[in-house]
Ligand binder design. Structure first.
Ligand code: AMP
Length: 273
């Protein structure tokens, strides 16, 4: 399964991605994490990205596309992946599509976590407070100034991706302000193909068992325009009328098996008497 998680900073993409990893056995590919690792290791990419990231701006498209292209070629990504924080621009989305097309692959779904800006700011402040309390290093871009820029970058460059993927029929928007478990459940519902519903078997007034009205009408509700269209066609009705006319007078209509069984039982009982 190949997924994209879309959403502004602080929307909960990381948390939901970890749950998807556990549930589907696929890897989480976070460009933010990869870039932070490159910055920490002092690689050429890291040196290029360091200041841009600290300011809350986006790293150039070609840099992140190259990182993702290398990463999805690795064996652990063969089974599938969740892209967290990538793509962030339409140009990145187009590059991703081309990368996947070369491998005869495509995305299965794009999950968008929708959260109001006001909530995002307080969520990030809370995250910073918790990290500080645990004695963990604080991200260089987790400060009010950079956060404002990250949100502005999201609205200007990343939000248009929702439309881009909606037009491709891949987008599923989830309420990211709902509790974490509710978000996970909503994502699961979207990713799980519902099993076909079995029609309940119930007793008919004549004894035998029969499927529900819906099942008998081919999954359509009785009275629905489609179910109505299952009535015998004019041609079939005409055929029946013609057959009845051809039948010699006095000859009975062919009987169905239930009728035959009933008359055989009656005959047996009469013989016994
Ligand atoms: P994140 O951890 O996803 O919030 O990303 C942190 C920072 O890394 C962003 O503010 C950007 O500077 C940079 N970054 C991460 N992913 C991308 C991307 N796909 N395109 C451009 N810049 C990115």
């Amino acid at each position: 399964m190949r997924l994209v998680l879309l959403g502004p900073p602080g929307a909960g993409k990381g948390t939901q991605a970890q749950r998807l990893v556990a549930r589907h056995g696929i890897v989480q590919l976070s460009t933010g994490d990869m870039l932070r690792a490159a910055v920490a290791a002092g690689t050429p990419i890291g040196r290029k990205a360091k200041d841009v990231m600290a300011r809350g701006e986006l790293v150039p498209d070609d840099v992140v596309v190259q990182i993702i292209s290398d990463r999805i070629d690795q064996p652990d990504a063969k089974k599938g992946f969740i892209l967290d924080g990538f793509p962030r621009t339409v140009a990145q989305a187009e590059a991703l599509e081309q990368l996947l097309a070369k491998k005869n692959a495509r995305l299965d779904a794009v999950i968008e976590l929708v959260v109001d800006d006001g909530i995002l700011v307080s969520r990030i402040e809370k995250r910073v407070g918790e990290m500080r309390a645990r004695g963990e290093p604080i991200r260089a871009d987790d400060n009010p100034e950079s956060l404002k820029k990250r949100l502005a970058a999201y609205h200007a460059q990343t939000a248009p991706l929702a439309d881009y993927y909606r037009k491709k029929g891949l987008l599923k928007s989830i309420d990211g302000m709902a509790p974490i478990d509710a978000c996970t459940a909503a994502i699961d519902r979207h990713l799980t193909v519902p099993a076909p519903r079995k029609a309940p078997v119930r007793k008919s007034p004549r004894g035998g068992t029969r499927g529900s009205v819906k099942a008998r009408s081919g999954g359509r509700k009785a009275g629905s325009p489609k179910a109505q269209s299952r009535k015998p066609t004019a041609r079939k009705t005409r055929r029946k009328v013609v057959a009845a006319k051809k039948r010699p007078a006095g000859r009975k209509l062919p009987r169905n098996s239930a009728q035959k069984r009933r008359s055989m039982r009656a005959r047996r009982l009469t013989k016994r008497r």
